[in-house]
Design a protein around this ligand. Sequence first.
Ligand code: CP3
Length: 394
Amino acid sequence: VILSPQHPLSAGLTSDSRLVRAYRGERSDTTPVWFMRQAGRSLPEYRDLRVGTRMLDACLDPEMASEITLQPVRRHKVDAGIFFSDIVVPLKLVGVDVEIQPGRGPVFGRGYADAAGVAELTKVDPARLDEASGPISEAVGRVIAELATTVPGGVVSTGSTTGGAGSTTGTATPLIGFAGAPFTLAAYLAEGGPSKDHLAARTLMHADAGAWGALMDWTAELSGRFLRAQVLAGASAAQLFDSWAGALSLEDYERHVAPASAKALSFVHDLEYAATDAAGTAVTRHVPVVHFGVGTGELLGAMEGVGVDTVGVDYRVPLDVAARRVGAGVPLQGNLDPALLAAPWPVLEGAVREVLRRGQVAPAHIFNLGHGVPPETDPAVLTRVVELVHEAGA
Ligand code: CP3
């Protein structure tokens, strides 16, 4: 399926941005940088806007969701926006009883930890998301309209500036769409809420292969459709968050989880756009996909094997070690320990430079944190990190 000519990738607005180039393994004038959870509580403008609005209501209000997505792009001059939403939004949109409790996370009206629960949950056809995802498409549309015209940053200063259909107008900051991976969604669904070790999901995985398979299939399709909706509406890359996959052994991950993550990504793998390569030859490219999880040091090779362009690395594994695990040729994203954001500047600066140094082993490196921005982070520190990464060069 070819993306529409107006899509930022097809139009040549984002296809040669630092971010998209890095996701296909090319280095630019400098290292692109964005932060997981860059939108959210670390920003006073976010806290002001959110007063009196519940989290999921904010996600489903296109004006609010697009504004929140843009806030950190304007403030920090990061090389990408990440769509403001949540991994449970597609569940909410198809009618699952879920809320996000401040300081706690997603909480469901019940747990789905056995065959009867899974049968009840999976009665809903995930294809219903396609009719229900209007607020998502609208919010993405608002974001990319502003990114195309008014937001600076992400501009490549070397080489040819654009690909695409010839009527290009320059380079815009790309938007990253995302979804929760099937296991991470199942970790919440089985338990009915947040848990430390995701025991209910891990038990179901082994206790009832049929119910587990049905749950994985269903969440994979729902996540896949959520990702696809964001890309079709204008996102230039897609990130699959398997935040809690680190709770699994490699064997369990490969047998019981990886096929479902591959299925989720199959919903974006067929999305393509026409571009022109450095030599001026017409090429067809796919939308880049990133795969990230926490505590997944043992799983990095398998997470790459699911079929992704770039692997996100948490802060526990240095990037040069991660590169050996995913194999040469794979771009890496990460992986400053978020705890360092509260350290004195000389300490933080040293840590940023060390991440950049180790990232040199990969064909391309996208600077990020090893997990999300802590809510108490001073936003001025994030801006300064962006400046440092950009000044440090490729
Ligand atoms: O800036 C961004 O990164 C984009 C927005 C984003 C949110 N959630 C917004 C959010 C993204 C990418 C997510 C994904 C998400 N949600 C994940 C995967 C990434 C990760 O962090 O591992 C997970 C596991 C969730 C589930 C979830 N939603 C949790 C654990 C929480 C935190 C609960 C809390 O209050 O500490 C949420 C709520 C949430 N999602 C917030 C934000 C900004 C905080 C809500 C608030 O501001 O009140």
